[in-house]
Design a binder for this molecule. Structure first.
Ligand SMILES: Cc1cc2nc3c(=O)[nH]c(=O)nc-3n(C[C@H](O)[C@H](O)[C@H](O)COP(=O)(O)OP(=O)(O)OC[C@H]3O[C@@H](n4cnc5c(N)ncnc54)[C@H](O)[C@@H]3O)c2cc1C
Length: 368
């Protein structure tokens, strides 16, 4: 597309911000982010910061995309000098039941063939690596090259770069309607006035279907609720890696806080914190790392992930509108996949071939 054409990005979550950042890196400045509330205040703020391309139970078709994203995270830290607590500390996923061990072994074998960096650890080895972890386990899946970082910090670093380049970020501005002509979006009607874009990116996360509705398109994404709990007290640093039971994850932040995140519930747009769910999550976390049961949880938040019906993101150009691109449906991996999504969408907008294959994520599979 031509340099002076205006790209409007609907949604200022980690996905929308990453797209704007990579467009800026490619030299484009005519960008407007339209955000209903504050940027990165939904699940892009409330997430566990996992970057786990080697996690064997995730869809194999995302492997290359996720690895590419990990490479980009490292570039963001080293070349772009963004500070977001990136650490390649690895993931340990505990196996509690003897009857699950054989299945986990075969999962690992299959994943290794697909290039995953993962192995099985015997319980003694887990204790050696992470002495605070429950010793009553049958073993664990270990991916030493997976990473963790802070989504909120990355978002504020991206915002600061966008701010320095005077990119237009319209906060507290909601897209309420869309005008079209000849299968092109001509106007976005917002709560603060009309935006006239040449190209539109739908990066509205769990709300992307409501943008779809404005175009009579049915985007198969729904909100999937999850929780983040945190201790306020800075604990001595005792947990190095991310510890997971497959549902809940425990990490210790560089400042000593312990972060517990996870669970998936389909309850519509309800973000209320349910004390019973909080207890359940805390008890799962305490089973993994027993000393957590003695700690006071001081922060409890719930947020909504954009779950797509086939659990794959929806990234690429619309086949229904000439100037519409999707970047949604990242479910549990929106932070992890944000740099790759940002880079690839920027490449699509520039008319380049995507650096990695995104066929499995093509919106055309839903006739969008
Ligand atoms: C508990 C929990 C733990 C998680 N842990 C991880 C993890 O460890 N690793 C990982 O990779 N992912 C994790 N995720 C998932 C990740 O947080 C999400 O996939 C990601 O944040 C989605 O980003 P997004 O930008 O697509 O959506 P969002 O962050 O939801 O952003 C969409 C934005 O669009 C705006 N918007 C909506 N409608 C409109 C409109 N009409 N006009 C203007 N703006 C609009 C919203 O206000 C919102 O800010 C977790 C999520 C949760 C809830």
């Amino acid at each position: 597309m031509l340099d002076n054409q205006n790209v409007a990005i609907i949604g200022g979550g980690i996905i929308g911000l990453s797209i704007a950042f990579y467009l800026l890196k490619s030299g484009k400045t005519n960008i407007t982010i339209i955000e209903r509330g504050k940027v990165a205040s939904e699940s892009s703020h409330t997430n566990a910061g996992a970057i786990w391309p080697n996690r064997a139970i995730e869809p194999l078709s995302l492997r290359e995309f996720a690895s590419y994203s990990l490479t980009l995270f490292q570039e963001l830290m080293v070349k772009d000098k963004l500070e977001f607590e990136f650490r390649k500390n690895g993931l340990i996923e505990l196996v509690y039941r003897k009857e699950d061990v054989a299945e986990r072994y075969s999962q690992i074998e299959e994943a290794k063939k697909a290039g995953y960096d993962i192995s099985f650890l015997e319980p003694e080895k887990v204790s050696e690596l992470e002495p605070e972890v429950n010793q009553e386990i049958e073993g664990a899946l270990y991916s030493p090259n997976d990473a963790n970082a802070s989504s909120s910090l990355l978002a504020s670093e991206l915002m600061s770069r966008l701010g320095q380049a005077k990119i237009s970020v319209l906060e507290n501005t909601e897209v309420e309607g869309i005008n079209v002509a000849n299968r092109r979006i001509t106007e976005l009607i917002t709560s603060k006035g009309v935006v006239t874009p040449d190209l539109v990116v739908n990066a509205a996360g769990p709300w992307s279907p409501s943008i779809g509705n404005m175009l009579s398109l049915k985007i198969p994404v729904e909100p999937a609720k999850g929780y983040i709990l945190s201790t306020a007290e800075r604990q001595p640093l005792k947990i190095t890696r991310a510890i997971s039971d497959g549902d809940v994850v425990v990490t210790q932040q560089p400042d000593g806080r312990i972060l517990i995140g996870g669970t998936v519930e389909f309850l519509g747009f309800d973000k209320a914190v349910d004390p019973e769910k909080v207890d359940e999550i805390k008890s799962k976390a305490s089973r993994m790392v027993p000393h957590i049961s003695d700690l006071k949880i001081t922060e409890e938040r719930a947020a909504l992930r954009p779950h797509s019906v086939d659990r794959l993101p929806i990234i690429g150009s619309s086949n229904r509108f000439h100037n519409l691109i999707y970047a949604t449906g990242h479910f549990r991996r929106g932070f992890e996949l944000a740099p790759a999504t940002g880079k690839i969408v920027a490449e699509i907008i520039e008319g380049k071939n995507p650096s990695v294959d995104i066929t499995s994520m093509n919106p055309v599979r839903f006739n969008l």
